[in-house]
Write a protein that binds this ligand. Structure first.
Ligand SMILES: Nc1ncnc2c1ncn2[C@@H]1O[C@H](COP(=O)(O)OP(=O)(O)OP(=O)(O)O)[C@@H](O)[C@H]1O
Length: 459
């Protein structure tokens, strides 16, 4: 009895010390590196073999080894766990590689991820296939999506790649336009779509990319970035004028590529190209990213005349999505729903948008519009996003892979300031100059009083 009380008291005191240590650290990452990391490493080292055994991840040892152990030590021959590599600490957890035993596959380890996380006292365990026979375990010490901090360093990122959000395994989710040219971003109102676009725009602003916006909510979402936008349409009428110009730009680029293909015989193979990326640097036109905020506004019609205009716009969008990649034109389409009920061409356009990001939605049907053709689990994950976590989303592509992501909380003022400072990065596209948005002057900041607080006028 005394022993039990002592153990309970000890447990209580340790929990209290842990709680106090947690409260002392402003960010869970600080708590993790000082308290969580040593604890988890100790747990992992002490219980690796027994945990693997309990999770059914051990195999019988080879016969020669069993015989050798019996002959030399007379000990009982125990099943062997996968061979473990070095444990590498990271700012958010631990990493280690496992060499799978014959007969095991990565899915076996992935199926035990939940059990492993409880055994080692970490927030999550993620399994990644590295090469045949080797998997990497990423142990994440705390909920990294609660307060997003992007990993430092952009090494290895090239043109048109933007680390726009954080994945739940603490790696960056990179929006790579050259790998996934077009993307659909769905979500209910206040789910975090604008925050996603804001992060993307701020990431692209400092690259030599033409940024074009269609924001039929009178420009409220995209106008703050006007300084960096080469063109902005703020209602369906302006969009109807802008889209044919973009289609013409795409056709001109195809002519340029064709001219290059018609070069003399004997030209080296690497100079023959089928997209703008094969053109020499001096001849290559700058890539264009078209942001469409609230795509449903382009589809809505009240009169017969508007219906004709809608059909034309949808056809032009479909053409941009079908043929734009080779000409360096990419689409980022954003909306609350994107189903067949929007009208003619909606499902065809949606099918062209390979990348899918689904924020919190109001019903399962909306999640299916974004993720239904990816994986049923992805739909379920999107339906369980809580409303108190705006910015949380499920990102997938039509290859079937998906992950939970969350954008960093970037204020509108900071994103707008980035765009203003990067205005000189906007490449010159003469065809788009009639659509260049008006950039209002920045209101001067009023100097604060000595104490920083406003003084009463009667003073
Ligand atoms: N990643 C995030 N972290 C913290 N807060 C966020 C995040 N994303 C969005 N928010 C907050 O959630 C609120 C809604 O975000 P946002 O405006 O991006 O939603 P939305 O889907 O564009 O809504 P609407 O369709 O009504 O414009 C904002 O107050 C924003 O600051």
């Amino acid at each position: 009895m005394t022993d039990l009380v002592t153990v309970a008291e000890l447990g209580g005191s340790l929990a209290a010390i842990g709680g106090a240590a947690y409260a002392r650290h402003a960010h869970p990452a600080a708590y993790w590196s000082t308290v969580g990391l040593p604890l988890s490493v100790a747990r992992l080292l002490a219980s690796y073999s027994s945990t693997m055994d309990a999770c059914g991840l051990t195999v019988e040892p080879p016969r020669w080894r069993a015989l050798a152990v019996k002959a030399t030590t007379r000990r009982e021959v125990r099943p062997v766990p996968p061979r473990r590599g070095l444990i590498r600490p990271t700012s958010t957890g631990l990493r280690m590689r496992l060499r799978l035993a014959p007969g095991q596959e990565p899915a076996d380890v992935a199926a035990s991820a939940e059990r492993l996380r409880h055994a080692w006292g970490v927030h999550a365990v993620h399994v990644r296939d590295i090469k045949p026979g080797v998997v990497e375990l990423r142990l994440v010490g705390f909920d990294v999506l609660k307060k997003v901090r992007m990993p430092r360093g952009r090494t290895g990122l090239g043109a048109l790649q933007v680390p726009v959000a954080l994945r739940e395994d603490a790696t960056a989710y990179v929006r790579d336009y050259r790998a996934v040219p077009h993307e659909l971003v769905l979500g209910a109102t206040l789910s975090g779509k604008s925050m996603y676009l804001r992060n993307l725009l701020a990431g692209l602003a400092t690259q030599p990319v033409v940024l074009v916006g269609i924001d039929c909510k009178r420009g409220v979402e995209l106008s703050p970035f006007a300084a960096r936008l080469s063109a902005l349409a703020t209602d369906p009428d302006q969009a109807a004028e802008l889209l044919p110009v973009l289609v013409k730009e795409m056709e001109d680029r195809y002519d340029l590529i064709k001219a290059r293909q018609g070069i003399a015989p004997g030209t080296p193979a690497e100079e023959i190209t089928s997209d703008i990326w094969g053109l020499p640097d001096a001849e290559r036109p700058a890539p264009v990213v078209l942001f469409v905020d609230e795509v449903a506004e382009l589809f809505l019609v009240a009169t017969r005349k508007e219906e004709e205009r809608r059909d034309e716009m949808v056809t032009q969008l479909i053409r941009l999505a079908q043929l734009g990649r080779a000409a360096g034109l990419y689409l980022e389409v954003c909306g609350q729903r994107f189903g067949a009920e929007l009208g003619k061409g909606a499902t065809m356009l949606r099918a062209q948008l390979t990348g899918r990001v689904c924020h919190r939605v109001n019903d399962e049907a909306s999640a299916k519009m974004a993720l239904g053709d990816i994986a049923p689990e992805a739909v379920w994950a999107a339906c369980s996003i809580p409303s108190e976590r705006p910015g949380l989303a499920v990102a997938g592509d039509t290859s079937g892979g998906w992950s939970r992501i969350r954008t960093p909380n970037l204020s509108l003022a900071a994103a707008a300031a980035t765009c203003r400072a990067a205005a000189h990065f906007a490449p010159d596209v003469p065809a788009l100059s009639p659509f260049r948005p008006h950039v209002p002057p920045v209101p001067p900041v009023k100097p604060a009083g000595p104490s920083g607080s406003p003084r009463p006028v009667t003073e």
